[in-house]
Ligand binder design. Sequence first.
Ligand SMILES: NC(=O)c1ccc[n+]([C@@H]2O[C@H](COP(=O)([O-])OP(=O)(O)OC[C@H]3O[C@@H](n4cnc5c(N)ncnc54)[C@H](OP(=O)(O)O)[C@@H]3O)[C@@H](O)[C@H]2O)c1
Length: 316
Amino acid sequence: MAMKNVLITGCSSGIGLAIAARLAKDDQKRFKVYATMRNLAKQDDLLKAAEEHVGKTLEIKQLDVCSEESIRNCVNSIPDRRVEILVSNAGMGLIGPIECQTIEEMQNVMDTNFFGLVRLLKEILPDMKKKKSGHIVIISSVMGIQGILFNDVYAASKFAVEGFCESLAIQALKFKLHLSLIEPGPVITEFERKVYEDGMKMDLSGADKETAEMFTNVYLKNYKSIFQSLGQTAEDVAEHTMKIILSDNPPFRHQTNTLYTPMTTLKYADPNGDLPIDTFYKMVFQHDKIFNASLNFIKLLRWRSKKSFDLGKNHS
Ligand SMILES: NC(=O)c1ccc[n+]([C@@H]2O[C@H](COP(=O)([O-])OP(=O)(O)OC[C@H]3O[C@@H](n4cnc5c(N)ncnc54)[C@H](OP(=O)(O)O)[C@@H]3O)[C@@H](O)[C@H]2O)c1
């Protein structure tokens, strides 16, 4: 069977790197991976993960999703411009009160997370339509279906991605193309570190005292704990993505974190939209002790299940 060409964006770290390495290492060599990043000086981690596959199942290329020229150059450098699977992964976060963020910072998030996908598709979709084959895999987020406190602009960028894809998916069916939105919950990557550090450094003087305190003493205080309790690894998300790519009939939406699914289910349970908002409000402001105790309990359960799994492995 011929190798399928897979173009992945944002492979310098995190989920993009993990997907690139996972597909390049496929035992059956089903994929030729074009792992792209905006800054090639950042390729060391990917090389560390999969250097032996470079020149065989892996090529590393420059691509900045905020530059049409860079996208075109990258696609033109692939033999016959053949991209059978596109994994749109590059993205960035932004947290904090909107009073303390500049419009430029917000535009940067939309430009990367939303228009980055649009630019990629403007370049790649016409070829896929002509061939009447292709799979577009988008790393969205649970925040593409549900907003979270102090993630207003990031959630908006992922909602934009989801609305765009939902519309496009109808047309894509006519051309026998597949679209799949991968929706992870918290994933422990550079993203988490960068977003937290930016939050800690944020100048909160533009916000009133109550909002500033809410951000620092409620949101930032619980941030690490949420990632430690509910967070997945990038490799885990890569495994889910590989399954979706290999599926004969890939789903339009796929959530990767079963611990998070009960929260997103609330959205569909109440057409008025009040249930998830009330639940988040109560969890954060009224039952914070129970919320924290639950996070610690989940952390303990995960630690114990990991321990028994490790023990099993060692004794096999
Ligand atoms: N981590 C989470 O909790 C989480 C949860 C749900 C969804 N996601 C989504 O998963 C995707 C990957 O994030 P991650 O967690 O793996 O974070 P990450 O480790 O920070 O990776 C983000 C990647 O995107 C790249 N990137 C940013 N702007 C770019 C641009 N203009 N052109 C090309 N590449 C660009 C970064 O490159 P540089 O190294 O050059 O900055 C980096 O390679 C994002 O779309 C994110 O929204 C993450």
